[in-house]
Structures are given as C-alpha cells and as structure tokens.
Design a protein around this ligand. Structure first.
Ligand SMILES: Cc1cc2nc3c(=O)[nH]c(=O)nc-3n(C[C@H](O)[C@H](O)[C@H](O)COP(=O)(O)OP(=O)(O)OC[C@H]3O[C@@H](n4cnc5c(N)ncnc54)[C@H](O)[C@@H]3O)c2cc1C
Length: 337
C-alpha cells in the first residue's frame, strides 16, 4: 500500500512518500541520515507532521520519521530524544514536579520539532527552558552539542533550523525548576479557569489541565473526529513589520526584535474572514477553523492544491484590505504560495 503524507500529517493532505524509514533510536536516526545522504537521495526529516504541508506530488526521495525515544531526568534537567511526542514530555515533567513547560501542554508534534519554530504558547517559548540540544550536521557528518545562542532564536517563530535542512535535531535538554507550583500565568483565559489572579501561580497538574481545556475550546488539541483540528495549528504567522501601514494602525501589536509584530488573527477577521469561513467557498473542503481564525482546516477530502488555493485567497484578501502580506508559519514542501 502506498503511504502518503495524508497518512502522516495532522492536516491529512499530501501525496505519496518515496521511501519511509522510521528512526527508532538516536544511533538508528544517524545511520539512516548517513545512508540517505551517501546515496544522494533527496531527504526529508519529519516528526509528528503537525507543522508540515507537502504538495500532492509528494516526496520522491527518502523520508526519515523520527521516533527515537531515549528519555532521562537528572535533577532539574530533562533530556528527551527528538522522536518522543512533545506532550508526553510535558506530562512527565508535570508528574515529576518539574516546572517550566506546563504552559506548553497539549501541543502536537515531536520533541525535535519544537526548536524548529521555537514552539510557544501562553507566554512560554521552547527557548526559555532549552539548555542545549544535539544536532547531526549533514554537511560534516558530525554530531554536535549546541547552546541556545547557536540556534538563531530571536524573531517570532524563527530558528536556524526553519529554512535549512542541514541540521537534524537529535535530542534536547531542558533546564526546569523543581517545584509543584507553575510559573506565573499572565493569560486571563487561563487564570480565570484556575480562579487565580493574573500573574499568580497554581499547582502544575491544574495548570496543565486548564491549558488543555482552553486549547480544546480553541480546537488546538488533535481530535480525529473533529475537522476543526485537522490543521497545522496556525497556518499563518503573525507578521513582523519594520513599519506598520496606516490602515493597520488599530491592529493589536507587540514589539519584536525585527520591528512590530501584528496579530494575524485580527487582520484576517477585519478583512472579512470570520471563523468558519470557507464552507461556501470553492468546493468547501477547506475552511478556517470555527474557533481559531489562524487555523486553515481540512473538512475532509481536501487536497494540498485546495488548501493552498484557500490560503492564497485569505492572503490576498488581507493584502487588499491592509497592504500586508501574510506568510505561512508551517513548512511548505512542493507547494506554491
Ligand atoms: C492542533 C495544532 C495546534 C498547534 N499549536 C501550536 C502552538 O500552540 N504553538 C506552536 O508553536 N505550534 C503549534 N502547532 C504547530 C506544531 O505543533 C509545532 O510546530 C510542532 O513543534 C511541530 O513538530 P512536528 O514534530 O510535528 O514537526 P513536523 O511537522 O514533522 O515538521 C515540521 C518541520 O520541522 C522539521 N523537523 C521535524 N523534526 C525535526 C528534527 N528532529 N530535526 C530537524 N528538523 C525537524 C521538518 O523537516 C519540517 O520542516 C500546532 C499544530 C497543530 C496541528
């Protein structure tokens, strides 16, 4: 049976996979990467497929899916192999009384995927807790241990891994804090659920539960029966602009090291695209999530071409209204945008 990216990704779209290899340990991953490169076979590395959109033509070379599973807790340090599901790591940290990543509960994908776009939610970024990570350098064939400064974090959702296939993340070491109490929480949606004031803390397990409940409400927790979750999370990235056009002066914003970060969700809504938009558009197989305006969702039977056409339609609507180009947050392979 032919395996397709529709089988391997959370948006459930994309064409056939050439050769699929599952890396079950870190040494196995290195062996697979080395042999694909030695054979000069085009190589795509993936984890949980939760931030990946591959064209309907698929990928004709080798795909290495990271499922390595080495895991260790040593004092307040947690080291996890790239192939472990990220949320398993959060669950383990919470159960161990290690604070620092409870706000990142419920995010799909693998450990190795988190530094790629410096995954973040509810005030916590991967880079806040990352002590080091190990990478396999496909150019030199060497394994190196890197500090966060080498990862190119900085501007919103960026890293050196994002637009380069040179380095493969093998494992990450997080420096957490021994405590059963969470970090301070500044999001009213979460503090209200916990019945605490903004800036307060709560037991780790309760915070994890509140975050997951909030994410569920926004359809940001995977559910195979709910098309609102057949997505890559936010399809569009919050734009960072050196200068904000006058027309967008009312858009909520935050400072970023590269300028001003605008809320893409606000821009989309104010361009006339409300949550759920799309069911009456085109062939109705793609729509914005009914609960999250940044999530482009597969309503069942969508192709990558359908998704890309819909995303371009939203992009063009926002550009016409605000003179701002929305770019994708997810990785697009063999897709035109
Ligand atoms: C419902 C939903 C909710 C989400 N919520 C959030 C959120 O709150 N915050 C957030 O930041 N993101 C969110 N995301 C996006 C996604 O979960 C993250 O980006 C996740 O870290 C991707 O990991 P992955 O293993 O699935 O990566 P994949 O989708 O498999 O790959 C994504 C990219 O990373 C590369 N990659 C994967 N593994 C490695 C590796 N080991 N070494 C080098 N490169 C690698 C791939 O080549 C590809 O370019 C959400 C997605 C979904 C579907």
């Amino acid at each position: 049976m032919t395996i397709t990216f529709a089988d391997l990704t959370t948006m459930r779209i994309g064409g056939p996979v050439g050769q699929l290899h599952v890396a079950t340990s870190t040494p196995h991953a290195i062996e697979l990467l080395k042999s694909a490169d030695a054979a000069e076979d085009p190589l795509l590395v993936m984890g949980g497929g939760s931030n990946l959109v591959v064209g309907d033509v698929g990928w004709h070379g080798t795909v290495v899916k990271m499922e390595s599973a080495e895991f260790e807790i040593d004092g307040d340090r947690l080291t996890a192999a790239a192939g472990i599901e990220w949320d398993q790591v959060v669950r383990a940290a919470v159960a161990e009384g290690l604070a620092g990543i409870e706000a990142l509960s419920g995010i799909p994908g693998s450990v190795g995927g988190t530094p790629v776009q410096n995954v973040g939610a509810y005030g916590t970024l991967t880079s806040d807790v990352l002590e080091s990570l190990s990478v396999y350098d496909r150019q030199t064939g060497l394994v190196e241990r890197w500090l966060p400064e080498q990862c190119g974090f900085g501007s919103h959702r960026q890293s050196v891994f994002k637009h380069s296939d040179r380095w493969v993340v093998l494992d990450v070491t997080l420096r957490l804090r021994r405590s059963t109490q969470s970090n301070p929480i500044t999001f009213p949606a979460i503090t209200d659920r916990l019945g605490i004031s903004v800036g307060g803390t709560a037991p780790l397990a309760e915070v994890r539960e509140a975050i997951i409940a909030q994410r569920r409400e926004k359809r940001m927790v995977l559910d195979p029966d709910d098309h609102d979750t057949w997505s890559v999370g936010s399809f569009f990235i919050n734009p960072v602009l050196a200068e904000v056009p006058k027309r967008a002066s009312e858009c909520p914003s935050q400072p970023d090291i590269k300028g001003t970060k605008l809320h893409a969700a606000w821009l989309i809504r104010h361009s006339g695209f409300q949550p759920g938009y799309g069911v009456d558009w085109g062939n109705g197989t793609v729509a914005l999530s009914s609960r999250h305006p940044l999530a482009v969702t597969n309503r069942g039977g969508a192709t990558t071409a359908d998704v890309m056409k819909f995303a371009a339609h939203i992009r063009d609507g926002v550009a016409a209204r605000f003179d701002i180009r929305l770019n994708p947050e997810c990785d697009l392979i063999h897709c035109s945008y």
